[in-house]
Design a protein around this ligand. Sequence first.
Ligand code: OGA
Ligand code: NI
Length: 400
Amino acid sequence: MEAETTDKTKNKNSLNDQEQEKEVKVDNMSDQDKNKIETKNTNGLGYKWPEPIVRVQSLAESKLTTFPYRYIKPPSQRPQITTINHKPEAAAINIPIIDLVSLFSGNEYEKKRLSEACCEWGFFQVINHGVRPELMDAAKEGWKNFFNLPIEAKEAYSNSPKTYEGYGSRLGVEKGAILDWSDYYFLHFLPLLLKDFNKWPSLPSNIREVMDEYGKELVKLGGRLMRVLSSNLGLKEEQLQESFGGEDVGACLRVNYYPKCPRPELALGLSSHSDPGGITILFPDDQVVGLQVRHGDTWITVNPLRHAFIVNIGDQVQILSNSGYKSVEHRVIVNSEKERVSLAFFYNPKSDIPIQPLQQLVTSTNPPLYPPMTFDQYRLFIRTQGPRGKSHVDSHISSR
Ligand code: OGA
Ligand code: NI
């Protein structure tokens, strides 16, 4: 036991030394070389989490006598206080529902509703999206089975803050941070260079095959959504996709697992955040609600339609649209009755090209609100700090 602890400390120190060494060397380099080193080698994040990882699932399955303080949110962030959806009139409010077939057939009313959805809500549910319901069910079932495997089977895929790929239980590396009541699995579809089946689970036995197809279908859906969003912004259909790097977009998936929580009024499944990437296509649990979207000063609980996807605008599209489209804060509440599984697919710009407000959407009276920044640089903030409302995109607003 003792020896193991010492070894771990040694290991940690030697990694720290390596990092420090790199920093020293970086000081003597040109800016261009620094960038290369930072994105290729260190990414600014270490190989280890700052504290031992506790699986939320194992906490939920243990007989807790007290609720662990690390999951107790400060009173201002707790769900009950800010949730106003218990008012009968608010309960009827839901995010807009958009029919993709109707949109593609050029229905003007549907186009107007899409604009409203993107400018006012930042969120909509999409129906007639073309992804087979059987495939969606197989994907959901596969991940439920994965999370139901014994903890040891999942630990083989344990992730690190360096790439986040694999089985994880925290976002952000800040020591002592208040944590979210969820575990997750993170994997890449695109670029193909990052797609690595060995980093995907091998069980249940068909999960790789199912998720491979799911990934391909969602990349296609992402591309179609990019075209409708682009023309809805008054741009040519291909513009948004071109600004994302054309064929070289990024696509990845975070499967969220929210175990039952004995004190749902004190915790959050996922803290308030906006998605850093381009667009998010969420397959929520249609049996268990949990996602809440900020609308003005109200949190709206989304009532998911069966086999619909929930689409939301990410920070990169807010930036490209010069804040015409909104990347809206959202969070996930938990409950004591049912566990919940959701599949969040992120369609992102190529990670090393600068993203900035599109020239066509900028005028002298509507100057660019954001300086150019690559998605790699941008994502680093989130990966270091964890979910934090909209402070990321807002902190990048140019000071003019
Ligand atoms: C996310 C997210 C919502 C959900 O993964 O970024 O917002 O319902 N998920 O799990
Ligand atoms: Ni999100």
